[in-house]
Design a binder for this molecule. Structure first.
Ligand code: ARG
Length: 456
């Protein structure tokens, strides 16, 4: 035990259980080794370590990395955490030099550095996955740029949109998720190493050197803040929570779309499961689990906010509880992105059925009202009222708006002419929505092409 000098007795078993983090922070082993190598190289550069000691440390750490990678490293809960497990093994392997590594640093700046490096790697991986999913959606959007489907508000048929337009809505959300990660990355990319326990150090360390070696933009500027700041983890969790909420919405739509009453899409065998009792079932479990994993991601954000609230400066052991929510959220988000991307790539859309339902529920009523404004120049409020009366008549007769005769329409509004029938089809409706950001197939095709080019 590295801190045992002033203790006569060892920790109780319960103390060890509550204190040890090695069960989860072993995930930080790569970052820990990387940080230690940069620290040792810097100590050698300023003459605090001999060149020989530095070489032994570097070689020892590299060998330990290989041991861990190969599953040959035995992690010991008595050594609490990843930092002391690696340091103890280093000293076991190389002797005296290993005991010099912890000069001018503390586990407080060490763990802050390790976790920043880990979150940075996670951000890079997740950003790549977000891009992959965006590309998968944009490809399907290009394919379905002109295929109408019912657009909903309140999950009631509202106006026809194209399926491609609907899919591109998610591309916009995912792009914001990516940019939230990029913001988080920019702010987290400062190096705490060298802040030591809380006050800095009396050794003439070169913090710019370690920061640069670890790919940070700069060293952190206040040692108290550096060891006690977990904003980067909170920001990451907040970005993850929003990202997971976005995926849960798409997952929910997939669950709805593949249900028997809808049947807008069919999910592949690869992303559905059967029922042990009902032979006909194809359950969208992957989509349901993506929807559900949002719970643990948002829970992680709330957990860490609660851990940090009211903590006095500087480091407190409470902060050890930062890791599991971060690891768990990153894992859940990554798996959800992979699952949704797989479902999007594999799914088939029943465009005939979508088209049929796009016309349902008087979906082109707004087109009729707009025509009354545009051609016979009714005020929109009057046009809205006339259209409402026509919908009521059509509903009573069990036909859609195009099923009314001209005479029936003129009985309500004499200014109506046969030209009105040209705006009542689903195709005419979507084609007319050419305003920027609207659902017209030409818009959607151009947007999909834009995204595919951006993501290539
Ligand atoms: N395992 C600890 C953590 O995750 C490392 C830092 C320990 N620092 C300390 N002063 N006990 O936070």
């Amino acid at each position: 035990m590295q801190w045992g000098g002033r203790f006569a007795g060892g920790p109780s078993v319960i103390m060890q259980d509550i204190n040890a983090s090695i069960g989860f922070d072993r995930k930080l082993w790569r970052q820990d080794i990387r940080g230690s190598r940069a620290h040792a190289a810097m100590l050698a550069m300023i003459g605090v370590l001999s060149a020989g000691d530095e070489r032994a440390i570097a070689a020892g750490l590299e060998a330990i990395g290989r041991e861990i990678e190969a599953g040959r490293f035995s992690f010991d809960a008595a050594l609490e955490d990843i930092h002391m497990n690696i340091e103890a093994r280093l000293t076991e392997r190389i002797g005296e030099a290993g005991k010099r590594l912890h000069t001018a640093r503390s586990r407080n700046d060490q763990v802050a550095t390790d976790l920043r490096l880990w979150v940075r790697d996670a951000i890079d991986g997740l950003s790549g996955q977000l891009g992959d999913l965006m590309a998968a959606l944009a490809r399907r959007a290009a394919q379905h740029a002109g295929d109408p489907m019912p657009g909903f508000t309140h999950l009631q048929t509202a106006q026809p949109v194209t399926f491609g337009h609907h899919l591109l809505a998610y591309v916009e959300m995912l792009d914001r998720d990516r940019s939230r990660l990029a913001d988080c990355r920019r702010r987290l990319n400062a190096c705490p190493l060298g802040s030591a326990a809380l006050a800095g150090t009396s050794f003439p360390i070169d913090r710019d050197m370690t920061a640069a070696a670890l790919g940070f933009d700069r060293p952190t500027a206040n040692s108290l803040d550096a060891v006690s700041d977990r904003d980067f983890a909170l920001e990451f969790l907040a970005a993850a929570a929003i990202g997971a909420v976005h995926l849960s919405r798409l997952a929910e739509e997939m669950v709805i779309w593949c249900s028997a009453p809808f049947r807008f899409i069919r999910l592949s065998d690869g992303f559905t499961t059967g029922s042990s009792i009902m032979p006909q079932k194809r359950n969208p479990d992957a989509a349901e689990l993506v929807r559900a994993k949002t719970g643990r991601v948002t829970g992680g954000l709330v957990a860490l906010l609660t851990v940090m609230k009211g903590l006095p400066l500087a480091y407190a052991k409470d902060m050890q509880e930062d890791k599991e929510p971060v690891f768990d959220a990153a894992e859940a988000w990554a798996l959800s992105l992979a699952a949704i991307a797989g479902m999007v790539r594999d799914m088939t859309a029943d465009v005939v059925r979508m088209r049929a339902f796009a016309a349902d529920g008087f979906a082109t009523a707004t087109d009729l009202a707009d025509w009354l404004v545009r051609v016979p120049k009714l005020a929109f409020r009057d046009a809205h009222h006339v259209t409402g009366r026509l919908v009521a008549i059509a509903e009573a007769r069990g036909v859609d708006l195009a099923g009314l005769s001209l005479a029936e329409m003129q009985a309500v509004e004499p200014a109506i002419t046969t030209e009105v029938f040209s705006v009542l089809t689903v195709e005419a409706s979507v084609a007319s929505r050419t305003s920027f950001g609207g659902t017209a197939p030409a818009n959607v095709a151009a947007q999909a092409a834009h995204w595919l080019e951006m993501l290539a």
